[in-house]
Design a protein around this ligand. Sequence first.
Ligand SMILES: NC(=O)c1ccc[n+]([C@@H]2O[C@H](COP(=O)([O-])OP(=O)(O)OC[C@H]3O[C@@H](n4cnc5c(N)ncnc54)[C@H](O)[C@@H]3O)[C@@H](O)[C@H]2O)c1
Length: 325
Amino acid sequence: MSSNLQNQNRVRVAIVTGAAQGIGRAIALRLAADGLDVAVNDIERQKGALEQLVSVIQALGRQAIAVPGDVTSEQAVESMVGSTVQKLGRLDVMVANAGVAHPGTIVDMSLQNWKNLNAVNVEGVMLCYKYAARQMIKQGEGGRIIGASSICGKKGVATLGAYCASKFAVRGLTQTAALELSEYNISVNAYAPGMIHTSMTTAQKDSGWASLRKIAGAPQAKTGYPDDIAQWVSFIASPGSHFMTGQTTIIDGGSKVLVFRSEAEEHNTETTAPASLTISVRSPYISTISYASIITESRFTLSACPLRPWHGCTSLTEPTHSRAA
Ligand SMILES: NC(=O)c1ccc[n+]([C@@H]2O[C@H](COP(=O)([O-])OP(=O)(O)OC[C@H]3O[C@@H](n4cnc5c(N)ncnc54)[C@H](O)[C@@H]3O)[C@@H](O)[C@H]2O)c1
């Protein structure tokens, strides 16, 4: 993936969803401090907080606009991207940060709660990826798409079933989008925070986060701050990250290492795996054959083998071949 963005002098433009508070607000401020113009999104109810954030960003000398809207609505996400391009000129960085958490056990889970949560955490992220990608492809100059996963997207946590499922889904979507968009020089990555001090974790009085804290072995499990995530986003949004895509990176002060150390496969395997890999095989009959690889959790699979028997390469005529990474 080339670093197209590095060669451009123009001011880059970012959208951050769920930016009225917490991690999203910190990311918007950080990107503004990095020199980007920023469109900040949240639900209508948070319009006041968004307007206040816009003033703070403008005081930093950057352009900013509020683009309120519910990320579960396709029309709202399309118009959020459209307004940003119309008012700020383009779109280079999408941070699909908006998310919600409703703790509850599987046996007590209400289908409506499940749907509401997944509408924001999965469908909202998918829509942001989709419309950001369309705009970036149209611009033809690459881009950065960033999603919000969680350590709960790396490992199941009792009483957080719907949340964990949604954050695992963000990882899958991120890997897939990275593969689909790499030809356009658009990288797609996600952050997987541990416990971060925001209203999502401090306002919850019920068992979900208490359970997570217990499982996380508090007090060893550290609590981070929104800026800890914003720093990572700052790098991923920058031209210097161009060689990194498809990754969901744990940012948790080492807590997950303490908690899940016995399960090697649960470690951050994605950070060591390339987003795509091309292997060339030479035979007397074909000068070079290329295989696209699909990264899985702990191994890669050679797939879409283009060989035909008449190529005379009989040892490689199986439709797929796997080996441990
Ligand atoms: N705080 C943590 O410990 C933690 C850990 C792992 C992952 N995360 C993830 O990071 C992201 C930000 O979390 P946070 O702690 O800042 O949460 P937060 O609750 O402080 O902020 C989330 C923001 O998203 C907004 N939002 C909710 N639904 C929306 C919708 N439909 N459309 C637009 N905006 C919407 C909310 O109004 C809120 O301002 C979330 O995706 C969360 O799941 C947080």
